[in-house]
Design a protein around this ligand. Structure first.
Ligand code: C2E
Ligand code: MG
Ligand code: MG
Ligand code: MG
Length: 280
């Protein structure tokens, strides 16, 4: 009996795995056509400095308008793009588009672009970035390259060389999602980062005294190391108040704005961001 049960469980498991694999293949197939069919689009989310109430950076966040599935989340298609290598072509499109868009913004506003470890494993990643900037007419110091610590774990030495070349050409480097994975404090002084972005997970957990202690230490460390710091995923006035009292000035989160289409950027640049807390 138990054998039969086992077998039917296995069959069910097998069927759902098959369905998932099929969905993945379908997405992969459609993703190959997405660039050519003009289905990819960049949204932009502001990083706001609460001292000036202004945007100082927009993060480019990729969206895919699938003809039948609607808006597909990058959490779904980026991993598939990485597995298949499609991320290389998509990443090039993202960088070119983001640089071109940013070239039209005021010169004191930067653009942040996410890079996958797969892109960084390519020998030509620096050359690719160094081509994209002049092609778009964007000064190198207006581009921030965002990477997660996943990049630092494998091939630390090769990554450091690439980072140093990027830094020499003026591009800025941000460590994204800090605290979400196997974060090591040593990353902060062994790689030439300009900025760290503290992960949303910390913000959710601010009421936990231990979590608060960790985030306070990271904020102090960033200051001592002369690193810019952004906290991601700020959704409430209360979170903003606590983080402001710890000295944080740069925020990204739904409290200020979700990612929005390019067409709405001009308005975000013109209008100051006011939270109740920081109302003059
Ligand atoms: P990320 O780089 O950490 O981007 C921040 C994510 O947090 C975005 O999700 C953004 O919409 C979300 N977010 C911002 N503020 C809040 C908030 O207050 N509350 C909540 N709940 N979420 C907030 P999104 O756009 O879905 O992107 C997810 C991830 O996909 C990104 O995380 C990034 O790792 C990846 N991704 C997006 N675009 C690209 C791209 O062009 N290239 C690569 N390689 N990865 C990308
Ligand atoms: Mg990011
Ligand atoms: Mg992040
Ligand atoms: Mg993330």
């Amino acid at each position: 009996r138990s054998k039969a049960l086992g077998r039917s469980c296995f069959r069910q498991f097998d069927a759902s795995m098959q369905a998932e694999a099929m969905l993945k293949r379908q997405i992969e197939h459609d993703l190959r056509a997405a660039i050519a069919n003009d289905e990819l689009e960049l949204f932009y989310q502001p990083i706001v400095d609460v001292r000036s109430h202004r945007v100082n950076t927009f993060e480019a966040l990729l969206r895919w308008r699938h003809p039948t599935r609607g808006l597909v989340s990058p959490e779904v298609f980026i991993p598939i793009a990485e597995e298949t290598g499609l991320i290389v072509e998509i990443g090039e499109w993202v960088l070119a588009s983001a640089c071109r868009d940013a070239a039209a913004w005021p010169a004191d506003i930067r653009v942040a672009v996410n890079f996958s470890p797969v892109q960084f494993r390519r020998r030509d990643v620096v050359a690719m970035i160094e081509r994209a900037l002049p092609a778009a007419g964007l000064a190198p110091d207006r581009l921030e390259v965002e990477v997660t610590e996943a990049i630092l774990i494998r091939d630390a030495e090769a990554t450091r060389i690439v980072f140093e070349r990027l830094r020499r050409s003026g591009v800025r480097l941000s460590l994204d999602d800090f605290g979400s994975g196997y974060s090591s404090l040593s990353y902060l002084n062994t790689f030439p980062f300009d900025k760290i972005k503290i992960d949303r997970a910390f913000v959710i957990d601010l009421s936990n005294p231990k979590s608060l202690a960790v985030i306070t230490a990271v904020i102090n460390l960033a200051e001592r190391l002369n690193l810019s710091l952004v906290v991601e995923g700020v959704e409430t006035e209360k979170q903003l108040e606590i983080l402001s009292s710890l000295g944080v000035t740069n925020f990204q989160g739904f409290l200020f704005s979700p990612p929005r289409p390019l067409a709405e950027i001009d308005q975000m640049i013109r209008e100051p961001f006011h939270s109740h807390l920081h109302e003059a």
